[in-house]
Write a protein that binds this ligand. Structure first.
Ligand code: DAH
Length: 358
């Protein structure tokens, strides 16, 4: 019979040489399994004289303990190694820059919407949305534009076919109906912006049939024109990133506000190049005013107790002014070269803290 010391060395070596957990298990079975080398030896004890059996049994048990320990140690080492290998293979180097080969770009519309949301969000405005498909009441009547009002013609509305009850739904011509929906849905005070798509039947260098607006509405018990001016001047300075931006409010007319105004910012057009924040020229950027008491009333808000201001601005127009994009129609050409030039990297998330623009 093989001497015990030689068997011990051989079995320990078989554990040590196992290259992975599966091989180690095979070595275990070969040593300690039902028909394993050590197990066979233990079975042979029965043929020995009692005294010899006792001594040999003790020795075999000691060896079994030693082998089990060696087996556990080798298993732990292999498991650790497996984990290390996995960690090594799955390693992510967070010091690497964002993949430079990424071709994807954020569209200027999305970027400008995010910039505006960052500014108004910082002032405490909530973002709400309304449906693109509207009815006459929300798009016109509740905004103090009755059926024969000339403003209806100005809006070049896309209508859906007439329904059985004679009503026609339409694609909203502005985001102002969201004012009505907001006021009807909850109690004042309100402080919201409503970004979204709007539609008018028009197409030239400054008009597309679909475009974007952002509506603003602030209603509370003591809201006044000073709040309107402060809010919109702050907005324009943040958005155009010019601290001493010249602004002026020009009297205007909108059926849903009284008084109404348009806000202009100072610019120069010397040599055909538009520069915002300098020079003697003016550029209109938005419409605004104090919410007409009739609009509050039609939305179920008591005009004797509440008053507020509203504003609406064009997103494409703001993007064109800020980023020097000359033709509105190119926004919707889906031209990858255009997007590569005017688009933004995915990491350029605008925030007032991190910076609005890269
Ligand atoms: N709805 C107007 C338009 O599309 C823009 C507008 C002007 C919205 C004045 C307002 C406002 O809320 O007060 O031309």
């Amino acid at each position: 019979m093989q001497n015990l010391e030689a068997l011990r060395a051989e079995l320990l070596a078989s554990f040590e040489q196992a290259a992975d957990l599966a091989a180690l298990d095979q070595a275990r079975v070969a040593a300690l399994g039902k028909k394993g080398r050590l197990t066979e030896r233990m079975k042979g004890l029965g043929t020995l004289e009692p005294d010899a059996r006792k001594a040999a049994g003790q020795e075999l048990n000691r060896l079994k303990g030693e082998l089990t320990e060696a087996l556990d140690a080798r298993r732990a080492a292999l498991e650790g190694g497996a984990l290390d290998a996995r960690l090594g293979a799955e390693k992510v180097d967070i010091t690497l820059p964002v993949r430079p080969e990424s071709e994807g770009r954020i569209h200027p519309i999305s970027q400008v919407l995010d910039e505006m949301a960052a500014i108004f969000g910082d002032m405490g405005f909530a973002i709400v949305e309304g449906p693109d498909i509207e009815d006459d009441f929300h798009n016109f009547t509740a905004l103090n534009i009755p059926p024969e009002h000339p403003a209806r013609q100005m809006h070049d509305t896309f209508y859906f076919p007439e329904r059985d009850d004679g009503s026609r739904r339409l694609l909203r011509t502005h985001t102002s109906p969201v004012q009505i929906r907001t006021m009807k849905a909850g109690e004042p005070p309100y402080r919201i912006i409503a970004p979204g798509r709007t539609y008018r039947c028009d197409y030239d260098i400054t008009h597309t049939p679909m475009f974007h607006q952002i509506e603003g509405l602030v209603v509370d018990e003591h809201t006044h024109m000073g709040h309107l001016k402060g809010c919109l001047i702050d907005f324009a300075k943040s958005f155009f990133e010019v601290d001493n931006l010249p602004v002026r409010f020009r009297p205007s007319y909108f059926p849903f506000t009284e008084p109404s105004a348009e806000m202009d910012i100072g610019c120069s057009r010397d040599g055909g190049v538009l520069r915002i924040g300098e020079g003697a020229d003016w550029m209109e950027i938005l419409g605004c005013g104090m919410v007409n008491p009739r609009v509050l009333e039609m939305s179920g808000v008591d005009p004797a107790r509440y008053q507020g201001f509203a504003f609406g601005l064009g997103v494409e127009r703001s993007a064109m002014l800020k980023y020097g994009i000359p033709d509105l129609r190119t926004f919707y050409d889906a031209d990858a070269r255009w997007l590569k030039h005017y688009g933004f990297a995915a990491g350029d998330v605008p925030s007032l803290v991190g910076g609005l623009t890269r």
